[in-house]
Design a protein around this ligand. Structure first.
Ligand SMILES: Cc1cc2nc3c(=O)[nH]c(=O)nc-3n(C[C@H](O)[C@H](O)[C@H](O)COP(=O)(O)O)c2cc1C
Length: 186
């Protein structure tokens, strides 16, 4: 058994060498850099997660670590880096909204992935029935009450009970793959 360089946990033996053959396959002990690369090869949708703090200030970030979780009860799952500026707001929030982005929301995706300032001044946000900020023309808007918070390495895992949902039946969704924004027609 090898020991993981950061966590100290035992991991299955793998080659330490980076292997580059005709198939351009790389393997080795996971590091933050190789994990970032490996995770970028998992195509995902892109959302803006948003909440409002006790003072009424809005907070939000771009996320791909979002997944549907349960149908009955209706639940979603979201992961937020503990080093995010909006971490405190989300860790104290009772509710949050998720807006599933369309290809035309690239600027919103970039802005909400960039720290600082009032991200919402870009516009196109309105309050949902439970007061959470939602992107007006998103593919889907979920408004959720926080059901649970769990530690997950350098992220916190939030689960949300969906209290309101609004979606389009046509259009195309934004997809993030190999660190670039693409789109998936439906
Ligand atoms: C496509 C994309 C997906 C992202 N997914 C996540 C995610 O799932 N969780 C997360 O914590 N940060 C994610 N980020 C990074 C955050 O959006 C970014 O660090 C943001 O600025 C954090 O919020 P802050 O401005 O309050 O610090 C993603 C960024 C991009 C561009």
């Amino acid at each position: 058994m090898n020991t993981h360089p950061r966590s100290g946990m035992e991991i299955a033996p793998v080659s330490h060498a980076t292997v580059d053959n005709e198939m351009n396959v790389r393997s080795g002990v996971p590091t933050p850099d190789t994990m970032k690369r490996a995770f970028s090869l998992f195509p995902s949708g892109v959302v803006i997660a948003a909440t409002v703090d006790a003072s009424g200030a809005r907070h939000g970030f771009t996320a791909s670590a979002f997944t549907p979780l349960s149908l009955d009860p209706p639940m979603v799952l979201l992961c937020l880096n503990v080093s995010a500026q909006c971490f405190t707001a989300f860790s104290e929030a009772k509710r949050f909204a998720i807006s599933v982005l369309r290809p035309e929301h690239r600027d919103h995706a970039m802005r909400f992935a960039t720290r600082g300032g009032d991200k919402f001044e870009m516009g196109r946000f309105r309050s949902g029935p439970f007061g959470m900020p939602q992107l007006d023309d998103a593919m889907v808007n979920f408004e959720c009450s926080v059901a649970g918070r769990f530690p997950g390495g350098d992220h916190i895992i939030l689960t949300g009970l969906v209290e309101h949902v609004c979606y389009r039946e046509s259009g195309s969704a934004m997809v993030h793959f190999m660190r670039s924004f693409r789109h998936q027609a439906i």
